[in-house]
Design a protein around this ligand. Sequence first.
Ligand SMILES: [Zn+2]
Length: 270
Amino acid sequence: VPELPEVETTVKQLHPHLPRRRIRSAHIRYRNLYRTGSLGVRYLIDREIATVERIGKNILLRFHPAALMIVNLGMTGQLLACDARERLCGFRARHLHVRFGLDNGRELRYYDARRFGHLYIAERCDCFEELNIGPDPFQMKPAALRAKLRSRTAAIKTLLMDQRIISGLGNIYTDETLFYAGIDPRTPGQLAGRNCGRILSSARRVLARAIEHGGSTILNYRRRDGTHGEFQKYHEVYGRKGERCCICGGIIVRIVLSGRGTHFCPTCQR
Ligand SMILES: [Zn+2]
């Protein structure tokens, strides 16, 4: 599943190719990719791409004259720029669902094997509201997170994975974040909320490091359909049940919280 670091890597890869390019043609083969209320891909023809950025775990393209397209990669989506005639190694033609012809003879393509991704095209919208997501750890201020955790009694791990509260943290990065913050994942939200500054700085540290290694993650993700492979050696607690904690040497444990495998060090995280 593409998490925030993989999406950020995709945006970085698209950045040299898209801004200032004009859309010349647009085709969609699998119409169920549209989110409810989306305009059709042809709405973007003759518009120029202004920016490409990440919003939570989504890719956002803005256009002139005013339009925007939000792409959510779902489980297996891939958005990439290549030559119009290029046959990409490792990508199947039957998984190619959307293609935009650009004014320089290149193409913006969307591949998705399992088709859980979606597109949303509009003239304008409040993206956070449309996607029903909160700011990500790079955007959020400690006071704003504290306000959202106030009076919440659910486990902090569960609350941090709720995209409406804070976007961009999946199961792996939440476990890693709480390890760096030294907080037990079972702590009630209202109690953990006292340490929002530490939670956010830990989340930014974990995500920044994953973004740094994003390229290799994408490669593994392409090859093995969702597994992280090599990337696991950068995890301190996730997937390391029974191994030693890198800080105290104690044993890392695994519990289940709201149905999700949760890894932590009982000594370092209280
Ligand atoms: Zn420890």
